[in-house]
Design a protein around this ligand. Structure first.
Ligand code: 5GP
Ligand code: ZN
Length: 143
């Protein structure tokens, strides 16, 4: 396994780690989009969020919610944009789940999540809703 984030998790390559639990490690992005840009990764090597076990997913989002305030306050930011490139087609460059926490300020020149999409959906919302509901795996607790 030659995954950079697995190697950071194991301490094999250096990173500015800001938090670590049994299930999750958070560290500063080496090429930050803004001061305080943090990546939160599960210890488990999984490419996409839907590959995570429920307990891994719970631990990951719990860590994100715990970190959002301290990250924002450490750099005197007004808010944070929190996002995941989930799959290679979305621009994900490292196939190990990572949640970006990027501090934001008024008039920092960056847009909202909406600004990354060039157009809106075209399919009927009810039809899409039905398709999603039919595919939810209740065993995973997605009720
Ligand atoms: P992605 O584009 O896959 O969502 O984001 C990957 C992120 O990982 C990028 O923001 C990139 O700067 C960061 N990154 C890539 N290699 C390393 C590394 O070796 N150390 C750290 N700390 N961040 C990395
Ligand atoms: Zn990995």
């Amino acid at each position: 396994m030659n995954c950079i984030f697995c190697r950071i998790v194991k301490g094999e390559i250096p990173a500015e780690v800001v938090a670590r639990t049994e299930d999750v490690v958070a560290f500063l992005d080496v090429q930050p989009l803004a001061d305080g840009h943090v990546l939160v990764v599960p210890v488990a090597h999984e490419a996409c969020v839907e590959d995570l076990e429920p307990a891994q997913a719970d631990a990951l989002f719990r860590a994100v919610t715990r970190l959002a305030g301290p990250v924002r306050e450490a750099v005197d930011a007004a808010g944070t944009t929190i996002g995941v490139n989930n799959g290679e087609a979305t621009g994900q460059t490292i196939p190990h789940v990572h949640v970006h926490i990027v501090p934001r300020w008024e008039q920092d020149g960056a847009g909202s999540i909406h600004t990354i999409f060039p157009r809106r959906g075209r399919r009927d919302v009810k039809e899409v809703g039905t398709a999603i509901r039919a595919g939810i795996d209740v065993a995973r607790g997605a009720d």
